[in-house]
Design a protein around this ligand. Structure first.
Ligand SMILES: [Cu+2]
Length: 275
């Protein structure tokens, strides 16, 4: 079925893949982004480890093939460089290629769907999510505008604050929206990224782990100061969260009455009805 060159390439490929794939999965995997800041982030690291491990044998094949061709098929000194015979209509190569790529893509599609349905994956799912994690969730609204994020806590009197503080080991239901241009809410270490569009309530779920700080960035070019649209968020123990809510409610009590009532989305023009 295969020529002796083909058998040598395949043997070298299998040996290299058998060595490289476990090293990539075990040594490189845990250091892949986005880290372990939330349950979703940990699962993204797991998914990224799988995808990197799956791609490792493919990269090994390229390396082995090119190394073999460069060493063995080198034109002898003084001889003219000539192309080899073209490879056309080889049923074995075509069948193996179609089967392997189909299996890889279908496996990743199934695996990705399972991971998404399991607990929401940390991505924005629009106003009516199909992957809703079970259990109690704390709603937090993320409001983007040129050029900052503010956060509303509807279950704590509709408090709005420029700080994002979340209780540890809790499920958070993020409602991401915008007041003006298109933005994107990206809490890197928590593994959350969700579009922030005006008039849209984009829901994303995240389960926090232990206390930590994390970065929040706008990830959609939104105008002149887009590059400065970032801050830090914090995951804190439950008691500290309750105390923080109290202090924010106290600090913002005087301006609270000027805020519009909590809604799924807002428009900068007060004549336009909030959604
Ligand atoms: Cu931006």
């Amino acid at each position: 079925m295969f020529s002796s060159s083909g058998r040598k390439v395949i043997a070298a490929w299998i040996v290299l893949s058998a060595i490289a794939t476990p090293i990539v999965a075990i040594v490189v995997g845990p250091h892949l982004p986005p880290g372990n800041g939330s349950v979703q982030a940990t699962e993204q690291v797991f998914d990224n480890t799988w995808m990197t491990a799956i791609v490792t044998p493919i990269i090994c094949l390229l390396v082995v093939f090119f190394a073999y061709v460069l060493v063995v098929n080198r034109a002898p000194k003084g001889q003219e460089l000539r192309d080899g015979p073209p490879l056309r209509n080889d049923a074995t190569v075509q069948t193996v290629w179609i089967a392997l790529t189909s299996i890889t893509v279908l496996f990743l599609a199934g695996f990705g769907t399972y991971e998404l349905l399991q607990n929401g994956s940390g991505g924005g799912q629009g106003p009516s999510p199909i992957a809703v994690p079970a259990g109690k969730k704390i709603p937090v609204q993320v409001i983007a505008q040129q050029w900052q994020f503010t956060y509303r806590y509807p279950t704590f009197g509709g408090l709005e604050t420029p700080q994002l503080v979340l209780p540890a080991d809790s499920y958070i239901e993020l409602h991401v929206t915008s007041l003006d241009a298109i933005h994107s809410f990206w809490a890197y270490e928590l593994g959350i990224k969700a579009d922030a569009n005006p008039g849209v309530d984009n829901v994303a779920y995240v389960k926090t782990k232990g206390p930590r700080t994390f970065h929040v960035r706008c990830a959609e070019l939104c105008g002149l100061w887009h590059g400065y649209m970032f801050n830090n968020g914090r995951v804190v123990p439950q008691a500290q969260f309750t105390a923080w809510i109290k202090s924010q409610q106290h600090d913002f009590a005087a301006v609270q009455k000027y805020l519009p009532p909590y809604a799924k989305s807002y428009y900068p023009d007060p004549q336009r009805r909030a959604g």
